[in-house]
Ligand binder design. Sequence first.
Ligand SMILES: [Zn+2]
Length: 128
Amino acid sequence: MGKRRDINITALRQALNERRVEVMRDDHATEEDRAPVELDESSVGRLSRMDAMQVHAMAEATHERRQAEIHRIDAALARMDAGDYGYCLSCEEKIPAKRLELDPAVPTCVTCAARAEDVHADHVHSAD
Ligand SMILES: [Zn+2]
């Protein structure tokens, strides 16, 4: 493994940083929805309280997804610093430049990503 010359690390790093700022900003914007649900039933009706809890649960899920995205971006930036960016984390094959341009934070090649999806699909299937 070594630094790849077929990809523009500087441009990809910039894209990652911009994406990171964007995700952080979106996450901050919905912070209020994640505040603990008011339990004061005298001021909030039962239905609206259920609505509030649903909004809260959805906001939590979105927050977790965004945190995972930031984690993914940070991991990609760390790989850039380490000089092993652009190689699949599973099989160590080169990730095609086009794939990286589409999603600079992507950690695996198409084959390994598809395999991971299959594992996930099997898991989901066996759960029901
Ligand atoms: Zn791979």
